[in-house]
Design a protein around this ligand. Structure first.
Ligand code: ADP
Ligand code: MG
Length: 716
């Protein structure tokens, strides 16, 4: 061997070079994640076009998508008005006008008078008979395909014809090399459709098609295939693929669980006469039954020498913070540190204040303290905090995600609490775990956006979930009102009366600055306007572009009651807790998401005073509110239940909001639908542990087939 190994380029450079050598469509395939033959085989059609037969114009109806074959009788470029190419096609049973607004000389040549053409498109009625707008055109005479033509999800850089060929040959290669074999053992596959009571064309007892059968059916359906069942993805072939996908998801999450179970974590216990006991005694309220129950669930996990991964979900105002504080006490009682992270500085600083108030006196006796860590901190202050974290003097560290950045070295981190976890990205969570490699802390994630059941069952199967399903006593439900924006003046007048009586209010605006495109009321402008309309009252302004110190000053003034009204952008959306505030006005409520509206409304109704939430909405000029916007506002009027809101939100806009960044690492579910496919989710949940226990090799193959390189993200 003449060449020394060191003279070779590193492997990733070689890989980069190989990618550079790819053609543009090959690169486009890669972008879609279509690398292996199996990836191509699993790239399923969105819909189909029927090119298997020719329709005679006489038999075609208006609105039909048809393919006709005939001779060009006439061609002209009409110039009056918009330039267009008009071609008359005669198929012997009738004529049809083909109309093109975009055309090149080559197209005109192809459609010269006398040419025989096969065209396909939707038939519409025109002044002088049937018309087709921009039909697909090719020469007549080629043999007709025997199968429906699939249309695949593509990108602008990827022509359908190229993609179609790539998929068909990928499928053929995967088949030839034996990659389409069954991974799901027959005894588990047998029950796949058992929960599907009478779904279209599916008999629960009938054996599902094999993966190979299902794939060939979906990529090459016969002309008589039931198009509606395919379109709605309820055909057995679709159900088979969805079940396979859901099984892969369950398997990978079960595996993540098993891997975690093999890791070591400190076993944390409550100590008699420790912080946990002292905090409970010092709290100005008694825990609700739900708080006691979830605290016990958490304590049981913490006592195990394996890392906890638990999600604590509870509606806004359910009292998650104190549960987190109690968990932190368990860690500190056992001589370990706890880190508590929040997505915004406002929320983090509020947690810091509260936890300091509760715990600082107790920690001081032990020579320890609560440390504050954030990105906007002064260098010196940060250095001192880092020092205290490293020495262990800081038993509790509260901050934004700055806490989990590289330079932070915990002496003994035993528990990490992530508040409003859906706001944190996968990357940040990965960073947290890498940072602590070798020494796994317990992880408690908290969320005020309840995860709908089916989503919890599928995408969060690797987590344990605790639910706070009870609000602290004495809360009165928030009265919600929907008011058109032209009555804004009346709302301000009512607000003035309430504030004069000592109430406090939030006024939420969607954007910070005037944006011509969106024409939203800016917070700054609204602030000026309200300040003028409410003389003698202290009206503050809070938005995300203010320096952290200013934000804190404003929040403090509002929390202490010095400020009557707070005009704000959605920076107050998560977590902010000012129990005295009892009024919430949301401007342009029609522009907010449902969960977001629910979160915002949750800022009031936290104390004993009767609270109200006014949703100001604006109907576009000359139009009406969109369907989805109306559904959202209706839901806000109809329910206060976070789970019901979550369920409706999932129906309105899919799982994106719930998953947060969780979805971006891996398109977790491409085919299965959380609403529609619950019975298949149930099947996959039961099949996964059995498959891991009895057929571990097949389980590995199955996950590899479906998820390939995306595995890493699922563990985050
Ligand atoms: P969230 O679950 O939205 O994070 P918080 O932890 O901010 O809710 O709690 C909301 C408010 O309820 C806080 O002011 C908190 O002190 C108070 N609280 C929490 N638990 C109880 C309880 N058991 N009884 C009375 N008030 C409580
Ligand atoms: Mg909270």
């Amino acid at each position: 061997m003449p060449a020394a190994p060191s003279s070779l380029p590193p492997p990733d450079a070689a890989a980069k070079k190989a990618v550079r050598a790819l053609s543009a469509p090959q690169k486009a395939l890669r972008k879609l994640g279509l690398v292996r033959d199996m990836d191509l085989a699993l790239h399923l059609p969105l819909r189909y076009e029927d090119e298997t037969h020719i329709t005679r114009l006489r038999d075609a109806r208006e609105g039909d998508e048809v393919q006709i074959e005939g001779v060009v009788r006439h061609q002209e470029v009409a110039a009056g008005g918009r330039r267009q190419l008009l071609v008359t096609l005669d198929d012997g049973s009738g004529t049809c006008l083909l109309r093109f607004f975009n055309f090149y000389p080559s197209l005109m040549k192809q459609m010269a008078v006398g040419a025989r053409l096969r065209v396909r498109g939707q038939l519409r009625s025109g002044l002088a008979g049937p018309v087709m707008l921009h039909p697909a055109v090719r020469a007549a005479g080629a043999p007709l395909p025997e199968r429906l033509t699939p249309v695949y999800p593509a990108t602008a850089a990827l022509a359908q014809a190229y993609l179609r060929k790539a998929v068909q040959s990928g499928l053929a290669r995967a088949d030839a090399s034996g990659q389409l074999g069954e991974t799901v053992p027959p005894d588990l596959a047998a029950g796949m459709f058992a929960g599907l009571k009478g779904a279209a064309g599916v008999h629960p007892q009938s054996p599902p098609p094999t993966l190979r059968e299902a794939l060939f059916f979906l990529h090459q359906p016969p002309p008589d295939a039931p198009l509606a069942a395919l379109q709605e993805r309820v055909h057995p072939a679709w159900l088979r693929l969805k079940a396979e996908e859901l099984l892969a998801q369950q398997l990978s999450q079960w595996r993540a669980r098993q891997e975690r179970a093999a890791l070591a974590a400190p076993a944390l216990h409550v100590r008699p006469d420790g912080l946990h006991e002292k905090l409970l005694a010092a709290l100005p309220f008694a825990l609700t039954a739900a708080q006691r129950r979830v605290s016990e669930e958490i304590a049981r996990d913490l006592a195990r020498p394996q890392p906890m991964h638990r999600l604590l979900q509870g509606d806004v105002g359910a009292g998650k913070t104190v549960v987190a504080a109690l968990a932190a006490c368990v860690a500190m009682d056992s001589g370990w540190q706890c880190a508590l992270m929040a997505p915004t500085e406002i929320l983090a600083s509020q947690h810091f204040d509260k936890l300091t108030q509760w715990l600082a006196p107790l920690l001081q006796a032990r020579g320890q303290r609560v440390a504050w860590l954030t990105g906007s901190q002064k260098k010196k202050e940060r250095a001192a905090a880092l020092q205290a974290i490293e020495s262990g003097e800081a038993a509790l560290v509260v901050g934004t995600h700055a806490v989990i950045q590289q330079q932070v070295n915990f002496a003994r981190l035993g528990l990490a609490v992530i508040d409003e976890q859906h706001r944190f990205g996968v990357a940040q969570r990965l960073a947290l775990r890498q940072k602590l490699a070798g020494q796994e802390p317990h992880l408690l994630m908290m969320s005020a956006t309840p995860i709908p059941r089916t989503l919890a069952m599928s995408c969060y199967a690797d987590l344990d979930v605790s639910t706070l399903d009870e609000l602290p006593p004495g809360r009165t439900p928030v009265l919600t009102k929907l008011i058109a924006s032209h009555r804004r003046g009346e709302v301000i007048e009512r607000l003035r009366q309430q504030l004069r009586r000592g109430a406090q209010a939030y006024w939420v605006c969607p954007l910070i600055e005037e944006s011509e495109a969106l024409d939203l009321q800016s917070a700054t402008q609204t602030h000026a306007e309200l300040a003028a309309a409410l003389p003698g009252l202290n009206v503050g302004l809070l938005h995300s572009r203010m320096p952290a110190a200013d934000k804190k000053a404003v929040m403090d003034a509002f929390a202490s009651g010095q400020m009557a009204a707070l005009v704000s952008t959605t920076v107050i959306e998560v977590g902010v807790d000012v129990p005295n505030a009892s009024l919430m006005v949301i401007e342009h409520a029609e522009r907010f998401g449902l969960s977001q509206l629910h979160q915002l409304r949750g800022r009031v109704g936290r104390g004993s005073a009767a609270s109200a939430c006014v949703l100001l909405y604006e109907v576009p000029e000359g139009g009406r509110l969109g369907e989805v916007a109306r559904e959202r506002l209706k839901a806000m009027l109809e329910t206060h239940d976070g789970f019901e809101i979550a369920r409706r939100d999932l129906a309105l806009r899919g799982p994106g909001e719930f998953l947060g960044e969780r979805q971006s690492g891996a398109a977790l579910l491409r085919f299965a639908d959380l609403q529609q496919d619950e019975p298949l989710i149930e099947w996959a949940r039961q099949a996964a542990p059995q498959m891991l226990a009895r057929y571990p090799a097949l389980a590995g193959q199955h996950v590899q087939r479906w998820l390939g390189a995306r595995m890493d993200y699922l563990k985050a």
